[in-house]
Every structure is written in structure tokens, then in C-alpha cells.
Design a protein around this ligand. Structure first.
Ligand code: CP
Ligand code: NVA
Length: 328
């Protein structure tokens, strides 16, 4: 548990008050939301709100250097981490697939042990979750998961911040994810297990979230898991948010044609949004306009996709402030 909020300070965001980092995450990795307990997750969300509102502005990365390792393309993750590290007082080196060639030019473990000698922490976007776990296990420094084939915890953390801004307390919410039960959906499932909001994942047959993701979510949930899997779009009834992601994630490009057919009925368009009148529209981005979402929806008044992108910055600053936990 993190002992963090200053005595007497509010548990909800948006109230002017100085915020204090706790140190229970110091030195830990941030691989999956499921590695946190509910209170630790709550604290990170609150710290992200506080950073965004200007209620916390310390520089715990002063004098520290973070390496970023990307095996896949990135826009938001790369830029938001680079800006966040700079705002926290740190410096960064970004390495592409070509530079380190993890598992090809050297083993994941050797690469981790070398980076340990130079830097104070690592942000990695890797193809394989198993490699992410190996990197974290071989590294003595905190490792942050910037997306794998299994999960995208930084995205889900930013999404919780966005959901609260848009629709208030998480516990009363019903998030409906329409699309591939992949990494983004998996991290939302873990978020639901810890934060207690209802989550429905609507996917075509064969593209549902994996059983081990649900098993892990059940194991961290304090009560019955509030996650429903279905292929029926009627499940959007009562949604506070409709969320979608690309039909073919990075690494699945060769399945693009078969996926376009499988997901054709699952486009988020005006008809879907009309059936969910109380819902905001969410997407982790990048979006394939005209496929999983129409221009009218993503550019419409209920879209919060650019707030989600912005909130990556504050969510990740909160994670780094805690992992590197210094004063403030
Ligand atoms: N949402 C997200 O992670 O975007 P990038 O792939 O551009 O980093
Ligand atoms: N599911 C997508 C998310 C991109 C941020 C992918 O893995 O490509």
C-alpha cells in the first residue's frame, strides 16, 4: 500500500491541494496494472490528476537518465514519455529496433544488464510480453511497459483519468469496448478488476480476450469480476463510454483482410453512438478512420480521444514519480 495523500487532502481530483508521492512503488517495475493493488492504482490516478491540475510539480528525475526501447512504431508513447521525463527533470535516450536488436544482436537479458550500468530506468515497447518479463527480471532498474502483445498498462491508466474527467466516479460507470480483445482490452479488464467499473467487451467470435487475462483479473478483483464478454452489440445499452481500437494491431498486419471481414459489423458509427446516448467515445489511437470508427464519431462532440492522448503524459509522469520515488 502506498501511504501517500497528505493528511486531510481530498481523495478526489480537481480540488486545489498539494499532493505528495508515496514511496511504496519505488524501485518496482510497471509491467501490468494487475501488479498493483486497488489503492496503488487509485493513487496513481489521483497523482495524474494532481499533475494535470498543477497541484504537483516536483522533479524526481533530476540527474537521472531513462532509456526507451522500441521494437514497434510509436507516436504517443514515445513523445509523452520524452516530454514527461523532461518535465520531471530527467534525460532520455531512445533506441529503435535497429539499435539494440533484442534477441538478435544480443539476448534480452544481456541487453538489460548493460542498460543497468548506464541508466536509471527503462521504458520498453516490445513485441513479446515474455520478453518484457525477462527484461524486467534481468534489470535491477525499474522497467515500464510501453505496450506488448498482451497489455498496454500506461494507456489504461490514462484512460481511467479520462473516464473520471468525462463521466465522474469510476465505480458507477459501464465501459463498452467494441473490437479486438487484444492488449488494450486486456489492460482495461485489469483496470475494471481493480477500480470496480463494469466493462463489456464486444468482439466477434475468435477475437475475444484470452482466458488467462480473465483469470488474472479474477485473482486481483476484491469482489466478483464485473467483466462481460459477448459478440452481441446490444450489450452497449447503458454505456458511459464506448471504446474501440484498431482491428489489426501492430504485428497482425498480415491478417488485415480477414480481420476486416470479421470485424465489419463492429464499426463504431453514429448508429452505435445513438444507441448509447450517455456515452463518450474513446480510442487509444492511432485510429483507422473508416474501419473501426467513422470520422463523424471520432471528430464528434462526444469524442475524448485527444484527452486520452494528453492524459498519457500525466499518467506516465505519475508512474515515474512513484517508481523513482523521491521527495515531493
Ligand atoms: N496509444 C498509443 O500507445 O499510441 P502510440 O502507438 O502512437 O504510442
Ligand atoms: N492494439 C494496438 C494498440 C496501439 C496503441 C496495437 O497493439 O497495435
Amino acid at each position: 500500500m502506498i501511504a501517500s495523500v497528505k493528511k486531510g487532502s481530498p481523495r478526489t481530483h480537481g480540488v486545489a491541494s498539494e499532493f505528495v508521492v508515496r514511496n511504496s512503488l519505488k524501485g518496482r517495475d510497471f509491467i501490468d496494472l494487475a501488479d498493483l493493488d486497488a489503492e496503488e492504482l487509485r493513487h496513481l490516478v489521483e497523482l495524474a490528476h494532481a499533475i494535470k491540475a498543477g497541484r504537483w510539480s516536483h522533479r524526481p528525475l533530476e540527474g537521472r537518465h531513462i532509456a526507451m526501447l522500441f521494437q514497434k512504431p510509436s507516436h504517443r508513447t514515445r513523445v509523452s514519455f520524452e516530454v514527461g521525463i523532461a518535465r520531471l527533470g530527467g534525460t532520455t535516450t531512445t533506441l529503435s529496433e535497429q539499435d539494440v536488436q533484442l534477441g538478435v544482436r544480443e539476448t534480452v537479458s544481456d541487453a538489460a544488464r548493460v542498460l543497468d550500468r548506464y541508466v536509471d530506468g527503462v521504458v520498453a515497447r516490445l513485441r513479446s510480453h515474455a520478453d518484457m518479463l525477462e527484461l524486467a527480471s534481468a534489470s535491477a532498474r525499474p522497467v515500464i511497459n510501453g505496450l506488448t502483445d498482451r497489455s498496454h498498462p500506461c494507456q489504461a491508466l490514462a484512460d481511467l483519468v479520462t473516464l473520471e474527467e468525462a463521466r465522474g466516479a469510476l465505480a458507477g460507470q459501464h465501459v463498452v469496448f467494441i473490437g479486438d480483445g487484444n492488449n488494450v482490452a486486456a489492460s482495461l479488464i485489469e483496470a475494471s478488476a481493480l477500480a470496480g467499473f463494469a466493462l463489456t467487451v464486444v468482439s466477434p467470435h475468435g477475437y475475444e480476450p484470452k482466458a488467462d487475462v480473465l483469470d488474472r483479473a479474477r485473482s486481483i478483483s476484491s469482489g466478483p469480476l464485473r467483466v462481460t464478454l459477448t459478440s452481441d452489440l446490444a450489450a452497449i445499452d447503458g454505456a458511459t463510454a464506448i471504446y474501440t481500437d484498431v482491428w489489426a494491431s501492430m504485428g497482425h498486419e498480415n491478417e488485415r483482410d480477414e480481420r476486416r471481414k470479421a470485424f465489419a459489423e463492429y464499426q463504431v458509427n453514429e448508429a452505435v453512438m445513438e444507441a448509447a446516448p450517455g456515452a463518450v467515445f474513446m480510442h487509444c489511437l492511432p485510429a483507422h478512420r473508416g474501419q473501426e470508427v467513422t470520422d463523424e464519431v471520432i471528430d464528434g462532440p462526444r469524442s475524448v480521444v485527444f484527452d486520452q492522448a494528453e492524459n498519457r503524459l500525466y499518467a506516465q509522469m505519475a508512474v515515474m514519480a512513484e517508481l523513482f520515488g523521491t521527495e515531493g
